[in-house]
Design a protein around this ligand. Structure first.
Ligand code: SF4
Length: 482
């Protein structure tokens, strides 16, 4: 599935109404933010929505406050009977923002074909490993660029284990030239989907005094500003004001503020009006928020030390990652590139992402060459004949007439009526790891032409049902093109 590259048009009537309704939308958004962040607000609002909104200084009618508490208000199946028109318009506005923010997730047009195939494979894999809902919230951004080493904030829950701030890259003329080359090479490799890239990872972008200059050059090349997330709204208030002010519009790039405590939230609410923050996402990270922290990085360590209070429940669908990139993680200070993709945090990958390749560069030409080598190193399809096949955990196999079902954490893949499908399922499901050649030979014994059996294996592989991690650990070494 692909999404259009141009902004998705707002539903009829919404775009025109937006301007007039911005103050009301801001009030409704703030109601939701109080609800997420503050247990006292949650308890009071359940009993008396209108009175609670009033006590917290929100200008909402009783009907609006009650409607905002409806279960799954933004979902497709919400029961909207009796919901006031203002809340319906707000609902459309929010759904439209979400669609626009996610429109690059599956876009591969204009990208290097090797990278495009690899990234699409990671989206399919994550659908199996995390489930449909969680994966729909992972942007699979094709690039993230750190402009510093480390982070000055030092959150106890940091899902990517950011070290202390060490070095910062300033926007000197020499660096500006290198930056032009870096962004151009990323754009050529990743295509228009680079619009969903961002200029931080285990860093806070505002630790870099020249962040806005890097951002402007990025926007000029990519045609879309990168998303910003900062946990330091008051240490850099003037800069945050400017970023908040420019975060409106389809090419603006999302502005996000990580809110670490209720006092910080209160201060944000007195510093910015509801309408001013309408296009800024507040990420609630305070201890009593009803949002969940993912069990990855320092949050996982804290849990191991029993110091955490807001870690997700241990069920199969909980994403033990905050990683949202399937692509290149660049550090401009160390001049390194790692090719990464999300996974559940584990002993092997404690920060919730796999590193599938890495290297360093000294200048723009080396950077471009490195991206090409990393992409080539992942272009391992179609699977070679000696590749061994095992189902990807947590897939569960169930035989069926003319095929089989595979159960993921959230849904079922129904596989039917492809040549050799039943034989392939029977051979691969037990986990002994037969090779592609062995499976094709058995299909031939069963009367399935080898070319057709191979096509079925390739179809299954494109849906990421075979465990590539296990194959890499146990299979023959693969030579990466130089
Ligand atoms: S969560 Fe963000 S702000 Fe906090 S330490 Fe990690 S990188 Fe820094």
């Amino acid at each position: 599935m692909t999404f259009p590259l141009d902004p998705i048009p707002a539903p009829p009537g919404i775009a025109a109404a937006d301007q007039a309704l911005r103050p009301a939308f801001g009030q409704m958004k703030r109601f939701g933010e109080w609800y997420l962040a503050c247990p006292d607000f949650r308890a009071a609002a359940q009993l008396d929505p209108a009175g609670t909104a009033d006590r917290y200084g929100l200008e909402l009618t009783g009907a609006e406050a009650r409607a905002l508490l409806l279960r799954d208000l933004l979902g497709d199946d919400a029961d909207l009977d009796g919901v006031p028109d203002t809340v319906l318009a707000f609902r459309e506005h929010q759904r439209h923002l979400f669609l626009n923010a996610n429109r690059w997730r599956c876009v591969g047009e204009g990208a290097d074909p090797r990278f495009r195939a690899w990234r699409q494979y990671q989206v399919e894999r994550c659908e199996i490993e995390f489930g449909l809902l969680v994966n729909s919230q992972i942007a699979h951004a094709p690039a993230a660029v750190e402009l510093q080493q480390g982070c000055s904030v030092g959150c106890w829950f940091c899902g990517v284990s950011a070290p202390a701030l060490d070095s910062t890259v300033r926007y000197t003329p020499e660096v500006a030239r290198l930056w032009t080359d870096v962004v151009a090479a990323l754009h050529q490799m990743c295509g228009p989907a680079l619009a969903s890239g961002f200029l931080y990872w285990a860093t806070d972008p505002l630790d870099n005094p020249d962040y806005e200059r890097f951002l402007a050059a990025w926007e000029e090349r990519v045609g879309h500003a990168a998303q910003t997330t900062t946990a330091q709204p008051f240490r850099h208030l003037d800069r945050v004001r400017a970023l908040v002010a420019r975060s409106r519009g389809p090419h603006a790039g999302t502005m996000r503020i990580s809110v670490l405590s209720l006092p910080v939230l209160r201060r944000l609410f007195t510093t910015f009006t509801p309408a001013e923050l309408l296009d800024t996402e507040l990420v609630m990270q305070m201890p009593d928020a009803s949002t969940h922290l993912s069990r990855a990085g320092r949050a996982a360590n804290a849990e191991a030390n029993r110091g955490a209070s807001r870690i997700e429940a241990d069920d199969d669908s909980a994403a033990r990652t905050i990683a949202c990139a399937s692509g290149f993680l660049v550090n401009m200070a160390a001049r390194t590139v790692r090719m990464i993709t999300p996974c559940h945090a584990s002993q092997e990958w404690p920060d919730g992402y796999r590193v599938v390749g890495e290297g360093s560069f000294a200048d723009g030409a080396e950077f471009r060459g490195l991206l090409g080598r990393l992409a080539a190193g992942q272009a391992l399809r179609p699977l070679p004949g000696q590749a061994r096949l095992r189902l990807r955990p947590p897939l569960r196999y169930e035989p069926a007439f003319e095929g089989f079902d595979l159960h993921t954490v959230s849904h079922r893949l129904r596989l039917r009526s492809r040549p050799g499908l039943a034989v392939i399922g029977e051979m691969v499901a037990p986990g002994a790891g037969p090779s592609v050649d062995e499976v094709i030979a058995r299909c031939a014994d069963d009367g399935v032409p080898p070319g057709q059996a191979r096509a079925t294996i390739d179809m299954l592989d494109a849906h990421a049902v075979f465990d590539d991690q296990w194959r890499m650990r146990t299979g023959p070494a693969v030579t990466v093109p130089g």
